[in-house]
Ligand binder design. Structure first.
Ligand code: COS
Length: 379
């Protein structure tokens, strides 16, 4: 049986997130983007209405949102502002390894605080020399008694400069590649941690992207998630879970761009008729709808599999590559329909286009998704 209907709870949260995006994010999105300002007021409001850290399980005081609900929230938030959406959703990415691999005691310690106050967390995997080749990471964790001494640099870390807690992937022995990787939960006020360069980005400028530097940081062994050597699989399982959410986020940007283009095509008059009366424009709008609707089907399938406890690595990567690619196409076409006005900052479509670009790059570049997909076909 296939069922596309949402539960009452999902419909409620969809409306909540849609209203939040419309009322709290979209009206200030251009300002935060222009000034690359961090959206603390929006983060606090998101916490108040229950849209922050939604991944925290109910037994730890959270909403315990499943993968499909996360996707529904992501689509709505990103239709309001992708930079703010990334800020909010990066929290779930950073907390996911704890939800998946943490002990009951670790869940209380490291998840519960996120249900009590509006604080942020970062997923620290990427490094200057290890982006797509994540297993080549070099951040070193050397065991000394009941602590690991952590040394290394993480780069392109969302919420890096504003987080209270980091989920850090490090290696006990680089020669072991993925088998040497461990996951550590590290409070941001641990001595030896500093925030490095903040990126000045093309899009998603309301989000905070920085280096995080670890210099002789002593982390208790009890902060390790799972056994030694299991950190890599935890990272991969986390990404299988989060990539449909990224796909849904891209879908939110694409939908917002399509809605703006439809509206503009009905209003803008040329040659004595609205743009929408020209078949060339109608076909562009139709192609946008085809892409948005088919992307949502793939997103929901990838999330549904996850919620059934079924493998979704293949579908997760397809959803991520497809939805983020169509977001780039749809936003580019939206700019085209707006013409010269679309290229100005007087209308939101140029921002959608800039924001969409990052979706094809982060959380596994789309080339990486195609590696994953083709490995499934060829194995
Ligand atoms: N779930 C569980 N295990 C997985 C897995 C998954 N989704 N994907 C891979 N593995 C396992 C493999 O089965 C293999 O295990 P064994 O050693 O037991 O056989 C191990 O992990 C290594 O896998 P593989 O050989 O495929 O590793 P590669 O170094 O070739 O890398 C990719 C695989 C490219 C998929 C990985 O490096 C990747 O996802 N890179 C992108 C990283 C990323 O998304 N960065 C963004 C950070 S968050 S913004």
């Amino acid at each position: 049986m296939v069922d596309f209907s949402l539960s009452e709870e999902q419909l409620f949260i969809q409306k909540l997130a849609r209203d939040f995006a419309r009322n709290e994010m979209a009206p200030v999105a251009a300002e935060y983007d222009r000034e690359a300002k961090f959206p603390w007021p929006v983060v606090r409001k998101a916490f108040e209405v229950g849209l922050l850290s939604t991944i925290v399980p109910e037994e730890n005081g959270g909403a315990g949102a499943d993968a499909l609900t996360e996707c529904i929230i992501a689509e709505e938030l990103f239709s309001g502002c992708a930079g703010m959406g990334t800020t909010i959703l990066a929290n779930n990415l950073a907390l996911a390894p704890i939800v998946i691999g943490g002990s009951p005691e670790q869940k209380v310690r490291f998840l519960q605080p996120f249900t009590e106050k509006p604080i942020l967390s970062s997923f620290c995997l990427t490094e200057p020399g290890a982006g797509s080749d994540a297993a080549g990471l070099r951040t070193r964790a050397v065991r000394e008694g009941d602590h690991y001494i952590l040394n290394g640099v993480k780069r392109f870390i969302t919420n890096g400069g504003v987080a209270s807690q980091y989920t850090v992937f490090a290696t006990t022995d680089p020669a072991l590649r993925h088998k040497g990787i461990i996951a550590l939960v590290v409070p941001a006020d641990t001595p030896g941690i500093s925030v490095g360069k903040e990126e000045d980005k093309m899009g998603q400028r309301a989000s905070n992207t920085t280096e995080v530097i670890f210099e002789d940081v002593a982390v208790p062994v009890e902060n390790r998630l799972g056994a030694e050597g299991t950190g890599w699989k935890l990272a991969m399982r986390t990404l299988d879970g989060s990539r449909p959410g990224i796909a849904a986020s891209a879908l939110g940007i694409a939908r917002a761009a399509m809605d703006a283009a439809v509206q503009y095509a009905k209003e803008r008059q040329q040659f004595g008729r609205p743009l929408a009366a020209f078949q060339s424009i109608q076909f562009m709008l139709a192609d946008m709808a085809i892409k948005v609707e088919t992307a949502r089907l793939m997103v929901w399938k990838a999330a549904w599999l996850r919620d059934q406890g079924l493998p979704n690595n293949f579908e997760s990567s397809i959803s991520k590559a497809y939805a983020t690619d169509i977001a780039m196409q749809v936003t580019t076409d939206a700019v085209q329909i707006f013409g010269g006005y679309g290229y100005t900052k007087d209308f939101p479509v140029e921002k959608y286009m800039r924001d969409a670009k990052l979706m094809q790059i982060y959380e596994g570049a789309n080339q990486i998704q195609r590696i994953v997909i083709s490995r499934h076909l060829l194995k």
